[in-house]
Design a binder for this molecule. Sequence first.
Ligand SMILES: Cc1ncc(COP(=O)(O)O)c(C=O)c1O
Length: 404
Amino acid sequence: MTIYLDYQATTPLAPEAADAMRPWLDDKFANPHSSHRLGREAAAAVEAAREEIVATLLRWEPRYERRGDEADNPPWVTETYPWDSRPESGRLFFTSGATEALNWAIKGTFSKAPPDRRRIVTVATEHAAVLDTIRSLERFGAEVVVLPVDRKGQIDVVQAMEAVNERTALIACMSVNNEIGVVQHIGLLRMSEVARAHGVPVICDNVQGFGRYSVNVSMCDMVAISAHKIHGPKGIGALWVRKGFEPEPLLHGGGQEGGLRSGTLSPALCAGFGAAAKLAGADPLQGAGHVMQLYHRAREILRDAGWHMNGHRSVRWPGNLNIRRAGVDAARLIADVRQVAFSAGSACASGSGRPSHVLRAIGLSDAEARSSIRLGFGRYTTEAELIEALDLINTAAERQLRLP
Ligand SMILES: Cc1ncc(COP(=O)(O)O)c(C=O)c1O
């Protein structure tokens, strides 16, 4: 049996999510956009899932409302700026995944921004779905500001605040990093305060934080999430959009999802996503406690074996350990330890042959990046299998160092 330690790449499907999907793959196959009874039944399942996901997304939010001065609102924000995070303060749109949600949010917001707002502010450690999308807008006149990070993986808060001004079209900043697990909470919070003063939409890639770590949705205007990172099915994600910040449609067609994201929804995928979100939101503290326990155990073993942590030691999601050991060849280690599924750097970029842009951004040399591995664990990882996996990895690493 393979021990799965690649939770940032994807997570095992929860049995509850599989159960929720089954009827919609079987005899309940109707199109949720049809007006007959079977269609309406499917549509109801889609809406129930949407509610579950929003409930988990807004779980930690402060329940208050701070209305901005309407006169301060930028002309392209169509409604009063509601500084709140009640379910009715925004809407969740289903997409094919977070990549689509982020492309839609970024391109659709940029194309709606007035001509004097061409600046896009983002962070060097963002996922390629953000960085490459933003880069693609340079040919349409975007002035891209990529904020560097320090050795720990965090942005300089003052520099970040200074980068945002009245010529900024949008900010894109993630919550939890997929490669090194570092949380960008303070930087995101401070930038969003400046953004509010200048009427700049804030887009958050919350793929790795959703259901695990609280990012205040009230700090953001658009939030991208993905089902397969929370034990839901692959092929579905969502974009939560604050009222008045709706991006231009990316997909045109049948007018589904309020005319903003056309295409027939899959009730099975929506139901699976909803069940996974419900599970994640049910007892998040217990889930985090289990992961924290595994983290401390793994840290002890890895430190004793001579591994060093990449990125911040404490401001991080504990289910991600990005570590390096001098002289180890990560690619060879992955090939040698076949009984464990783990990654070198980011699985999203694996196969590209490029060194990880995140490990470079935190100042690692190419040799250090090549000797780095990422171990990701979570809800279904047991302490016994984690210890067994670390033992196999350490034995193989020792062998490599003895026989280079
Ligand atoms: C931080 C982050 N953003 C975006 C994505 C893309 O998500 P999806 O696979 O749903 O397109 C991933 C997936 O690896 C991710 O980890």
